[in-house]
Write a protein that binds this ligand. Structure first.
Ligand code: PEP
Length: 261
């Protein structure tokens, strides 16, 4: 069975003092939770200190972005070795806000995935359609393209730890969540595609998270879906009580699923 992951994307929120306070609360509130991978992704300026605070805890650290070169004259960018040196295990790649505001494409996503894995980070690759694309009936085509292009040229061994997050753009930060059926349809398609591109085992083992206005009161219906393996959480990850509620519900549902199997 795939152990779920709940990852918090803090986006451009929390200065260093706020970040340490939130990290401390999450550590306290989630210290005895098992059955679920917990990841927090603070802004780059917080990574080092938060990383130190997370040492020997059950919470992993992630960055929200990286550049594909290790060093050089790339003002404002942060490289994989730099991120790794702060204690990060994960890096979010291709979030829709990066695609929308910072010109990221499937090609840059592909380069960043290569750099991340080469440098020892686990990418959380984000894919998802806009409202216009959904309304035009193009959801499957768009997401298929993003997964195929983003993972082009890699073999399954290279991608063994990769995590994928399906995040319909129209559901991010809007309070609109995809219905469990809508999400499951895309998650199942991604798994079928992974089988076609790689292998059945790879597809069965790959964690595919859902993201888009996940809250303590909707995580349970989403997690009941067969192909949803956790969540990438924005707004609700900025408070310890809502984030840890989501984590605890996920852990409990996973425990029940394990007992049934
Ligand atoms: C996100 O930032 O990836 C996200 C899903 O945000 P929210 O939960 O606020 O919709």
């Amino acid at each position: 069975m795939r152990t779920p992951i709940i990852a918090g994307n803090w986006k451009m929120y929390k200065d260093i003092n706020e970040a340490l306070e939130l990290t401390n609360s999450i550590k306290r509130d989630a210290y005895n939770v098992d059955n679920v991978g917990i990841v927090i992704c603070p802004p780059a300026t917080d990574l080092s200190d938060v990383g130190e605070m997370l040492m020997e805890s059950n919470i992993d650290l992630g960055a929200q972005n990286c550049y594909w070169e290790n060093e050089g004259a790339f003002t404002g960018e942060v490289s994989v070795p730099m991120i790794k040196s702060t204690g990060c295990k994960y890096v979010i790649i291709g979030h829709s806000e990066r695609r929308k505001y910072f010109g990221e494409t499937d090609e840059t996503v592909n380069k960043k995935i290569k750099a991340a894995i080469d440098g020892g980070l686990i990418p959380i690759m984000c894919v998802g359609e806009t409202l216009g694309q959904r309304e035009a009936g193009k959801t499957i085509e768009v997401v298929k393209g993003q997964v195929t292009e983003g993972l082009k040229g890699f073999d399954e061994n290279f991608l063994k730890d990769l995590v994928i997050a399906y995040e319909p753009v129209w559901a991010i930060g809007t309070g609109k969540t995809a219905t469990p059926d809508q999400a499951q349809e895309v998650h199942a398609m991604i798994r079928t595609l992974l089988e076609k591109l790689f292998s059945k085992t790879f597809a069965e083992e790959k964690r595919v998270l859902y993201g888009g206005s996940v809250k303590p009161d909707n995580i349970n219906v989403l997690m009941e879906e067969k192909d949803i393996d956790g969540g990438l959480i924005g707004g609700a990850s900025l408070k310890s009580d809502s984030f840890t509620d989501i984590i605890k519900t996920t852990s409990e549902l996973y425990r029940v699923k394990q007992e049934k199997n």
